[in-house]
Design a protein around this ligand. Structure first.
Ligand SMILES: Cc1cc2nc3c(=O)[nH]c(=O)nc-3n(C[C@H](O)[C@H](O)[C@H](O)COP(=O)(O)OP(=O)(O)OC[C@H]3O[C@@H](n4cnc5c(N)ncnc54)[C@H](O)[C@@H]3O)c2cc1C
Length: 312
């Protein structure tokens, strides 16, 4: 058990409990990453605002399931928040689905599939939470999560609850224009009833193709690089063309089945992954004149390390 500390409100009620030196690898899908100096698991809006107040001025990070984050081997000095408890709820309405930020994306897809609500098939087999999905604008080539959003709610660092419409967030490819320290807590999606059998089939077909073509048997963070867009080929093809498919550094390997995935063969370090990425990016620049941009987010790296992989 990590050492913990608990703050209390003046009326003696339970407030936020902070764990110290918490290894992040086990909390992240990649299984990679050093410890968080402090970590809290708010179960409610009230606990979240308590936690934000505790962190005032130091910055913080929010971790979903780490299905799109590479965490450095030395971990992060910033406090980390993992939403839990009440934040996992999903509620089906007459023409909508409302979900909180710790709800899993496959659970959201499953709710739509079972209730015969069209437009959520592209979330089948996308690991992660709704909060991470909103931050990343998760989706497929054709469909993005924010296409379905009626509104999403965030809590600001000052504890204010703000409701955003899609036009406030200006969603783009794997990006939203929402300050990085605003915490997504809930969203409502339009979800009108449709042809239940056709919807089910669309979900199952999508899932089958995705699981067949991508890599699920080893830990990864999904697509490493964003597709650069026309006139360039997709990122996987670029990685392939520069001879990096199957390349290995330490315990990390560019997947042989899908060249845009880097898998953890068991004992990969963050530095192993970063080295593979840096070499891939260098070759793509030199051989093809393409500057690859990472899709994944990075925690706990030096600016020079990030520059090598084209991360801001
Ligand atoms: C096998 C596999 C397949 C994948 N397929 C797809 C795919 O088809 N499409 C796709 O888009 N992605 C895909 N991904 C990537 C990943 O599933 C998504 O990006 C997902 O949205 C990540 O969710 P998460 O909760 O794990 O976020 P994390 O990885 O934990 O976090 C990602 C970012 O979101 C931030 N964040 C997390 N929660 C919150 C919150 N509540 N409020 C504010 N910020 C928050 C984090 O700080 C971080 O910056 C895949 C990954 C894997 C491993």
């Amino acid at each position: 058990m990590s050492p913990t500390s608990r703050t209390r409100r003046s009326n003696g009620e339970r407030a936020m409990r902070w764990e110290r030196d918490v290894p992040l690898g086990p909390l992240a899908r990649y299984g990679i990453g050093g410890p968080a100096a402090r970590l809290a698991r708010p179960h409610s809006l009230r606990e979240l605002t308590d936690a934000l107040r505790d962190t005032a001025g130091c910055g913080y990070r929010v971790l979903g399931t780490g299905a799109n984050v590479l965490i450095g081997d030395a971990g992060t000095a910033e406090p980390v928040l993992v939403l839990d408890g009440e934040f996992s709820a999903i509620r089906l309405g007459e023409n909508s689905i409302e979900a909180r930020a710790a709800a899993r994306l496959p659970a959201l897809a499953g709710t739509a599939r079972r209730a015969g609500r069209a437009g959520f098939h592209f979330l089948e087999a996308v690991p992660g939470t709704l909060g991470g999905g909103l931050r990343m604008n998760a989706g497929s080539r054709e469909d993005w999560l924010w296409d379905r959003v009626e509104w999403a709610e965030v809590v600001t660092p000052g504890g204010e609850l703000v409701r955003l419409r899609p036009e406030d967030a200006t969603p783009a490819y794997r990006h939203v224009d929402v300050p990085p320290d605003w915490v997504f807590v809930r969203a409502r999606f339009s979800a009108t009833p449709g042809d239940a059998a056709a919807i089910r089939e669309a979900h199952l077909n999508f899932r089958e193709r995705k699981v067949r073509d991508q890599v699920y048997e080893l830990p990864s963070v999904g697509s490493t690089w964003k597709n650069p867009g026309p006139p360039h080929p997709p990122a996987w093809k670029i990685v392939d063309e520069v001879g990096m498919r199957g390349a290995r550094v330490g315990g990390a390997q560019v997947a042989t089945r899908h060249a845009n995935f880097i898998v953890n063969l068991g004992a990969a370090s963050a530095d192993d992954v970063l080295e593979l990425m840096a070499e891939t990016r260098r070759r793509a620049l030199v051989q093809l004149g393409v500057a690859l941009e990472p899709e994944i987010h990075f925690w706990g790296f030096e600016p020079e390390q990030l520059a090598c992989v084209g991360a801001a």
